[in-house]
Write a protein that binds this ligand. Structure first.
Ligand SMILES: CC(C)(COP(=O)(O)OP(=O)(O)OC[C@H]1O[C@@H](n2cnc3c(N)ncnc32)[C@H](O)[C@@H]1OP(=O)(O)O)[C@@H](O)C(=O)NCCC(=O)NCCS
Length: 263
């Protein structure tokens, strides 16, 4: 590790055990199901790097729990004119070092969605991710995002803000906002674990509408849906996913522009 602000010769760094303790203090317990969005550098120096954070996430929920990470691959170019080609075994994700390393863990199962895949380990797997590639929209009721919420799961934001909270797109889909999805479906190519190439006609994410997801922080805290704390130098948010979705859907039904940034 060479980053000058991160590496700290002579200092042991944040340990996996300290991360487990931090997650526990924020309400994660044995048996919890968590969807974790992350920034490794946000912690300051972590002894053992991304692997230690993954060990901590798995230890915090234990064998009866489930850890899921976003392994997103979508780009603004995706659409009917440029259909995405997704290979579950080899398509790299752009969601950071922790999900990238998580994908290499033995037993991890990744969903087959061509733009919004997630990967998971634990008790709810593989059922949680099955059929994601057949969901007409990326984050809808049959997607892993909603299924995790239905199971009483948490969204955990490790050193990142609400802008990384993909499950807010679930709320947007349920509320039927007009800006989240492309108007025409795309014939997406998916290469599954069996190596077979299949085509799925799906409605993809429409890029280009800036959001103001951060505005929900205060209300979620006041409503008792979210707890916020620090682990190392990272600000960490732990959010009960289903109450969050339900509350945000309510807000979007009152005002479909609630999460859209002013231009
Ligand atoms: C983009 C994003 C991943 C960048 O975060 P980051 O902390 O800079 O990068 P990563 O999490 O990939 O971690 C790698 C960085 O950690 C740092 N690092 C390396 N080893 C480390 C260690 N042992 N301890 C702490 N930090 C370390 C380095 O700065 C490294 O950057 P480098 O590869 O350029 O040297 C993050 O801001 C983000 O957005 N995460 C959420 C993504 C997401 O889930 N999006 C959902 C859809 S919107």
């Amino acid at each position: 590790m060479t980053g000058s602000t991160i590496s700290s010769p002579g200092r042991p760094g944040l340990t996996s055990q300290e991360i487990v303790a931090g997650l526990r203090a924020l309400g994660i317990e044995a048996g919890s199901a968590i969807l974790v969005h992350s920034s490794l550098s946000s912690f300051g120096y972590v002894a053992g790097g991304a692997g230690a954070v993954i060990d901590a996430m798995l230890a915090a929920v234990g064998p009866a729990g489930t850890v899921v990470v976003p392994t997103l691959t979508g780009t603004p170019q995706d659409g009917p004119a440029h259909p995405p080609v997704f290979n579950v075994r080899s398509s790299p994700c752009w969601t950071g070092r922790i999900p990238t390393e998580f994908l290499r863990r033995p037993g991890v199962r990744r969903s087959l969605h061509p733009t919004h895949s997630v990967a998971g380990l634990g008790a709810l797997m593989p059922a949680l991710v099955e059929g994601h590639e057949s969901c007409l929209t990326p984050c809808g009721p049959q997607s892993p995002y909603y299924r995790l919420a239905e199971k009483g799961g948490f969204v955990v934001l490790l050193g990142v803000g609400q802008g990384s909270n993909t499950t807010l797109h679930t709320a947007e889909e349920l509320a039927g906002v007009p800006y989240h999805l492309q108007g025409e479906p795309t014939d997406c190519v998916v290469i599954g674990y069996d190596g077979v190439r299949r085509v799925y006609r799906l409605y993809l994410h429409a890029w280009g509408t800036p959001r103001r997801f951060e505005r929900i922080d205060e209300d979620l805290t006041q409503l008792g849906i979210m707890r916020m704390g620090t682990i190392g130098l990272a600000t960490v948010r732990v959010i009960r996913a289903l109450p969050m979705i339900e509350w945000v859907v309510g807000k979007l039904r009152e005002d479909p522009g609630y999460l859209v940034a002013a231009r």
